[in-house]
Ligand binder design. Structure first.
Ligand code: ADP
Ligand code: AMP
Length: 217
C-alpha cells in the first residue's frame, strides 16, 4: 500500500488526481481542505475558528490540521493513503513523518504537480465541485456532461468555493511559496520527490502519476 503526498499550488490538480486514484486504485484520500470545510458546514467550534482564515486564503494552524490527520491515521489502509493539501508546512511534514513511523507506515512518494502560475487563476475561478460526492469540474476544461448535474453521482448539488476568487488566490499562492514550497527541497533530500507535468490534460497527468506509483526502485 503506497502512501503518497500530492504537492502543488492551489489549482494544480491535486484533488482531481486524488479522486482518480480513489476510483482506480481504491486509495484513501485525506484532504485537510475537505476536512476543514466539513467542520465549517457542520458548525463545530473548530469550524468557526478556521472559517475566517480559510476565506482569506491563509493557513490554518499546524496544531489543528495535524490533529485532523492524526485522527484518521491510526494504521495502514488497503490501497494506501493520498495526502492532498497536507502537509503544507515543514512542521506538518515532520509531524506526518512521525505519525507514519508511529503507525508502522512509510511514505512512498511526494508527487509534485508542476504548473505555471499563469494558469492558476483560470483553473481556480472556473472550478466547481459536487457537494454530494466531491467530484471536481471546471467551466471549460472539465464541464459536466449535463449542465448542473454531476456526471459521477447524478446529484444537482454543484458548488463553488468561497475562497476560489482571484483575490483569495493571491494570498493562497503567497502562502504556498512562503510556507509550502520548501517541502519540495525537503522531500527531494529524502529521495522521495517526483515531478509530473500538470499542465498536460487530466488523463495525461493521471498517466504520469500512475508511472510514479508503479515504478520499481
Ligand atoms: P487542487 O486540488 O490542486 O487545488 P483541483 O484538482 O481542484 O486542484 O483542480 C483545480 C481546477 O482545475 C478544477 O476545476 C479542475 O477541474 C481543473 N483541472 C485539474 N487538472 C487539470 C488539468 N490537468 N487541465 C485542466 N484543468 C484541470
Ligand atoms: P484546499 O482545499 O487544500 O485548497 O484548502 C483550502 C483552505 O483550507 C486553505 O486555503 C487553508 O486555509 C486551509 N487548509 C487546508 N489544508 C491545510 C493545511 N494542511 N495547513 C493549513 N491550512 C490548510
Amino acid at each position: 500500500m503506497p502512501n503518497i503526498i500530492l504537492l502543488g499550488p492551489p489549482g494544480a490538480g491535486k484533488g482531481t488526481q486524488a479522486k482518480r486514484l480513489v476510483d482506480e486504485r481504491q486509495m484513501v484520500q485525506l484532504s485537510t481542505g475537505d476536512m476543514l470545510r466539513e467542520a465549517r458546514s457542520s458548525g463545530t467550534e473548530m469550524g468557526r475558528v478556521v472559517a475566517d482564515v480559510m476565506d482569506r486564503g491563509g493557513l490554518v494552524t499546524d496544531e489543528i490540521v495535524i490533529g485532523l490527520i492524526e485522527e484518521k491515521l491510526t494504521g495502514p489502509v488497503q490501497g494506501g493513503f493520498i495526502f492532498d493539501g497536507f502537509p503544507r508546512t515543514l512542521k506538518q511534514a515532520d509531524a506526518l513523518g512521525d505519525l507514519l513511523a508511529r503507525t508502522g507506515q512509510t511514505l512512498s512518494a511526494a508527487i509534485e504537480l508542476q504548473v505555471d502560475d499563469a494558469v492558476l487563476v483560470a483553473r481556480i475561478t472556473g472550478r466547481y465541485t459536487c457537494g454530494t460526492c466531491g467530484e471536481v469540474y471546471h467551466d471549460t476544461t472539465r464541464p459536466t456532461a449535463r449542465v448542473g448535474v454531476c456526471d459521477a453521482c447524478g446529484s444537482t448539488n454543484l458548488k463553488r468555493r468561497a475562497d476560489d476568487t482571484e483575490d483569495a488566490l493571491k494570498t493562497r499562492l503567497m502562502e504556498y511559496y512562503k510556507k509550502t514550497s520548501p517541502l519540495l527541497g525537503y522531500y527531494y533530500c529524502k529521495g522521495q520527490l517526483h515531478a509530473v507535468d500538470a499542465l498536460d490534460e487530466i488523463d495525461q497527468v493521471a498517466a504520469a502519476v500512475a508511472k510514479v506509483l508503479d515504478r520499481r526502485d
